[in-house]
Write a protein that binds this ligand. Structure first.
Ligand code: CP
Ligand code: NVA
Length: 308
């Protein structure tokens, strides 16, 4: 494993191995604290967009395991503006032991990886959000157990970066994955093609539709995300006219399996894509999911550093 740019770059066994390691490191963290497996290592964290979870969970993942992290803000680095991506990658390769980058264009994190001598982790791009997908899978397994093949995961809303990673991890783990999104806001066709290839091997069923009510029938997981992702702010007003039928509210949740869990990567725009009563209700696992970012990322870092 040199980089972690997309879940679909890995096999089912590799992803299962990472999830097992995440569970082990989580247990260790709560029992007696993590061992100093990242001692002497610093993670450079390049952010072109804001973040709460990604920034803090990566920083704490490094510190919990005896390492360090450096926040590099958009203003400081000017990735591809003040200096070319190739030069930034080669300079930072001499200062830190791994990079995490949150970028606008996916191609930019790919270029960082190409030019770096050190591992590069994708902390969200316009294409995907693989670290989120790993924390999501860890949460689903915690709720439904490891023998979770055949689970029905239903994503309702904008077919975005979070959808791509959730779709890929679902396909790799043999979960059925359904998306209900409005016309014009479909899941990336290239990402679907990749997922379908995986699904053909694992037996996962992928379904794409318009009707959110149809999509959540017999769902074990209902997942939603913001209607307007970072970088799309000028489209917010237009999107707010299109997406209300896709709101995850008590009525929609009542149409799913009785033990359904409700997920959201956060930040949530409460009472837009997700109502308050559902976000804070008995089916919601949104904070467990956010906390699992820490544990999933420790496993990714450990494999990239080859220390566990
Ligand atoms: N879910 C997630 O990535 O949150 P942040 O944007 O706060 O990092
Ligand atoms: N789809 C959202 C996810 C935020 C974590 C965005 O890209 O803004």
């Amino acid at each position: 494993m040199k980089d972690f740019l997309a879940i679909s770059d890995y096999t089912s066994d590799e992803i299962k191995d990472l999830l097992d390691l995440a569970a082990k490191l989580k247990k260790q963290y709560f029992k007696k604290g993590n061992k100093a497996i990242f001692k002497g290592k610093t993670l450079g964290m390049i952010f072109q967009k804001p973040s709460l979870r990604t920034r803090i969970s990566f920083d704490m993942a490094m510190r919990n395991c005896g390492g360090d992290a450096l926040y590099l803000s958009p203003a400081e680095i000017g990735l591809g503006k003040r200096e070319s991506i190739a030069d930034v990658a080669r300079v930072l390769s001499g200062y830190v032991q791994a990079l995490m980058a949150r970028v606008f264009e996916h191609e930019h994190v790919v270029q960082l990886a190409q030019w770096s001598d050190i591992p590069v982790i994708n902390g969200l791009s316009d294409y995907n959000h693989p670290c989120q997908g790993m924390a999501d899978a860890l949460t689903i397994i915690e709720k439904f157990g490891k023998k979770s093949k055949g689970l029905n995961i239903s994503y309702v809303g904008d077919g975005n970066n979070v959808t791509t990673s959730l779709m890929h991890v679902s396909a790799l783990l043999g979960w059925n994955f359904t998306v209900a999104s409005p016309e014009g806001y479909d899941t990336n066709p290239k990402a679907i093609e990749i997922a379908q290839d995986i699904a053909n091997k694992t037996g996962s069923k992928l379904t794409f539709m318009r009707d959110p009510h149809e999509a959540v029938k017999s769902a074990h997981v209902i997942y939603t995300d913001t209607w307007t992702s970072m970088g799309q702010e000028e489209e917010a007003a237009k999107r707010e006219l299109v997406f209300p039928p896709y709101q995850v509210n008590a009525k929609l949740v009542s149409e799913a399996d009785k033990d359904v869990i409700v997920m959201h990567c956060l930040p949530a725009h409460r009472n837009y894509e997700l109502t308050d009563d559902v976000a804070d209700g008995e089916h919601s696992v949104i904070f467990q999911q956010a906390h699992n970012r820490l544990h999933a990322q420790k496993a990714i870092l450990a494999r990239l550093f080859d220390v566990a």
